[in-house]
Design a protein. Structure first.
Length: 207
């Protein structure tokens, strides 16, 4: 392939990435500015300095846009590190470090995540489906962690794998985090310690 063509392709790819970033940043801005309002694609397009049709070209649909925003928030908040923490060889350590990583991920973009979780109730087709997919992924991760805790003999005798998955789901939820972080005004590190301690004491054998 000629050098000029490769250069042009790199420029187009860079421009596409920049357009995608501007659109996601525009949605983020709208959620910060008006968290109780449904996000208007016209206002997003104006903020991002693109046409409304460009949004659909880039993301495919309104739901696709919110899917991308949700994953963008999680990854910028430390999603990759959190997953690595959960999947470390010692499942019990993964429980604690995973909850800690989860709390800091939520804290990084708390206001926008709160807006998204609230909007899921009134915009079920787009935001609701996006949140549901994120939550389905979290549920599967907690199911897998529960199985690993069982396989490594870390669980209390009276606690089943199913009960473990339910409680892990509770302790890693955004609402559990937000009740302590926002309603009780606790620092993220304190929230992480409280949730990790509660989960470990409820589920695991004494160390």
């Amino acid at each position: 392939m000629p050098v000029t063509r490769k250069y042009e392709q790199r420029l187009r790819a860079k421009a596409a990435d920049q357009t995608r970033r501007r659109i996601l940043d525009a949605v983020y801005q709208r959620l910060v500015e008006a968290p109780s309002e449904q996000v208007s694609m016209d206002k997003v397009a104006k903020l991002a300095e693109v046409s409304r049709s460009t949004i659909y070209t880039v993301f495919g649909s309104r739901a696709g846009l919110f899917d991308a925003l949700g994953m963008d928030l999680l990854h910028r908040g430390g999603f990759t590190d959190m997953v690595a923490a959960v999947l470390q060889p010692d499942a019990r350590r993964g429980l604690r470090d995973g909850i800690t990583g989860n709390v800091h991920m939520y804290a990084a973009h708390r206001d926008v995540l709160r807006a998204l979780f609230s909007m899921a109730q009134i915009d079920a087709d787009a935001v609701g489906d996006s949140i549901r997919r994120l939550e389905d992924g979290r549920a599967q991760g907690m199911n897998d962690l529960a199985q690993r805790l069982h396989d490594q003999g870390a669980l209390r005798d009276e606690v089943t794998i199913e009960q473990t998955a339910h409680l892990l789901w509770l302790h890693t939820s955004f609402d559990a985090f937000d009740l302590l972080f926002t309603r009780r005004s606790l620092p993220a590190d304190t929230v992480a310690t409280l949730l990790a301690d509660a989960a470990e004491h409820a589920l695991c054998r004494p160390a």
